[in-house]
Design a protein around this ligand. Structure first.
Ligand code: FAD
Length: 488
């Protein structure tokens, strides 16, 4: 039986393991941490349960697909519920917007709150859908680095339409051309943060993202986000995959220009195929450090996506005006992104994302309480004085939420832990603590991501958010699909 070794049990590593096992490989996954999931992990904090990383679940079909591939019924392992209200938006001027999943209801809400017409919204949605139709097949579902991709008529048709993907103006410029109301522009600009980019720089092609959320929907997995990982690990184990935890790999061993296995504590484990789910930057710099002549320096030096600062708060009260996903916008969005991307710092009035899973799963907090995952976007870690920045941001967030909720929240915080770019980097070996690998701030970003296979080292493959097609759960899952298509 051919042997496959996978470095890292992030969601992409697990998905790739399942796919290769189904293909007939004997698969072993080596994970540095004591648990699977990488950025997608969970923890307990004085009676509260928290999903540590991702909180928004879109494109569940990519998870279901793995169960079907293994001949199982997804519902026997993993269920989820479609959200009627995707997110609640709070603006500094006191106005609010409820993003209903139902398009007509949402258009009516937008009309009511902002005066923008249903026709303007429809036009916007058609634009997003068109970008999706053109880009999905070429940029997301396939390798950009494989000749075969360009030989299908579907791909060629998409390529001929590439001029229609709005790549030559920024998201913000495009959004301003669609809407007069500044709040709606801010609403649509925010989608740039779904892959850690800056709407004032990123190409308007990223206006495809609202389509993914609004057309395909947003979901809440039963048991919380971590049930995605636990159900996939169960499936992987049933498919014969072996997981080794507390097993940090030190080296990818080459025989000439071919990956022949991995090394841990001087023990060699041989394989036919090696897949790295470790961030591509660290894969080269740490695991292949004996071979600097093979480093794709240009790719490794690309700008990283933004990172996050999260306060996990146990709150001893329930707030009826809040829902699962809540956004408290900043008054000056451009200044906020300038602080992140130009000053590499944190704006004094950041947009705050508040996720409360206990709204859907009561057992995530004690009765009458709520588990607040309170997050702001921050720059990638380039050695800032984080302790200072965190202290200041904490005060600013509390001030903002207290003002918006009409109550001082400080005395309600009964437990707290913090995740910042440094801890994201050290816990998951993600370069600079970036959430989504490289940023999408340039129109060429899609072409510059590292491929899912090494062009210089035979039998070495890459999956996960730092390589093609990019970060976020859906794309990380697609990277696993592409790897399995490459592997013979
Ligand atoms: P990772 O999760 O980065 O896992 C890599 C694994 O490899 C880790 O477990 C690590 O320990 C292991 N590893 C590294 N080096 C070694 C080694 N040498 N040996 C052995 N093991 C090693 N996405 C969404 O879709 N929706 C969201 O709402 C969302 N929000 C986010 C919020 C936060 C705070 C964060 C951090 C991320 C968020 N994301 C979100 C992004 C999403 O979490 C990631 O894109 C995705 O989980 C990345 O998965 P991955 O497979 O690339 O690897």
């Amino acid at each position: 039986q051919p042997q496959a070794l996978i470095i890292g049990a992030g969601i992409a590593g697990i998905a790739t393991a399942i796919r290769l096992a189904v293909k007939g490989y004997h698969v072993q996954v080596f994970e540095a941490n004591s648990y699977p999931g990488g950025k997608l992990s969970e923890f307990e904090q004085q009676g509260y349960r928290f999903d540590a990383g991702p909180s928004l679940f879109t494109m569940p079909q990519y998870v279901d697909e793995l169960f079907k591939l293994a001949g199982k019924n997804p519902k026997d392992y993993f269920t989820y519920q479609k959200l009627d209200v995707v997110c609640n938006y709070f603006y500094p001027d006191g106005s609010r917007l409820k993003a209903y999943a139902d398009p007509d209801k949402f258009a009516a809400e937008i009309k009511l709150q902002t005066g923008e017409t249903a026709e303007a919204i429809n036009q916007y949605n058609r634009n997003s859908a068109r970008i999706y139709d053109i880009t999905n097949h070429v940029f997301l579902e396939q390798s950009l680095h494989r000749l075969q991709t360009y030989l299908s008529s579907k791909t060629l048709k998409s390529i001929l339409r590439l001029f229609q993907i709005d790549a030559f103006r920024t998201m913000n410029a495009a959004n301003q051309s669609f809407f007069k109301d500044k709040r709606l522009v801010q609403f649509y600009d925010r989608y740039a943060t779904y892959n850690g980019s800056n709407p004032y720089q990123a190409p308007a092609t990223l206006n495809v993202i609202p389509h993914l959320e609004q057309h395909f929907g947003a979901y809440f997995p039963k048991g919380g986000m971590y049930s995605i990982i636990s159900s996939l690990v169960k499936l992987a184990e049933e498919s014969g995959v072996q997981f080794h935890y507390n097993f940090p790999i030190d080296e990818i061993v080459l025989a000439g220009k071919k990956a022949s296995g991995i090394k841990v504590n001087d023990d060699f484990i041989g394989a036919d195929v090696v897949v790295s789910n470790m961030d591509v930057w660290f894969t080269y710099r740490k695991l292949l450090n004996k071979h600097p002549q093979l480093f794709p320096e240009k790719i490794l030096n690309q700008e990283r996506s933004s990172s996050a600062l999260i306060f996990y708060w146990g709150i001893k009260k329930q707030f009826d005006q809040l829902d699962l996903h809540n956004i408290f916008f900043s008054a000056d969005y451009e200044a906020e992104f300038n602080a992140i991307w130009k000053q590499k710092s944190i704006h004094q009035d950041p947009t705050v994302y508040l996720n409360i899973s206990s709204k859907h799963q009561q057992t995530d907090a004690p009765a009458g309480h709520e588990n607040w995952f309170t997050m702001i976007n921050v720059p990638a870690n380039t050695g800032q004085n984080w302790d200072e920045l965190i202290k200041e941001a904490r005060q600013n967030i509390i001030k903002k939420l207290s003002a918006q909720l009409g109550e001082n929240i400080t005395p309600l915080i009964e437990s707290e832990s913090i995740l910042d770019p440094r801890s994201i980097e050290s816990r998951t070996s993600s370069y600079q603590g970036s959430l989504y690998g490289t940023s999408s701030n340039s129109q060429f970003a899609a072409f510059l991501r590292h491929a899912n296979r090494s062009s210089k080292i035979k039998n070495l493959y890459f999956c996960g958010g730092s390589v093609h097609p990019g970060g976020g759960i859906p794309l990380a899952l697609l990277s696993g699909r592409i790897v399995s298509e490459w592997v013979d």
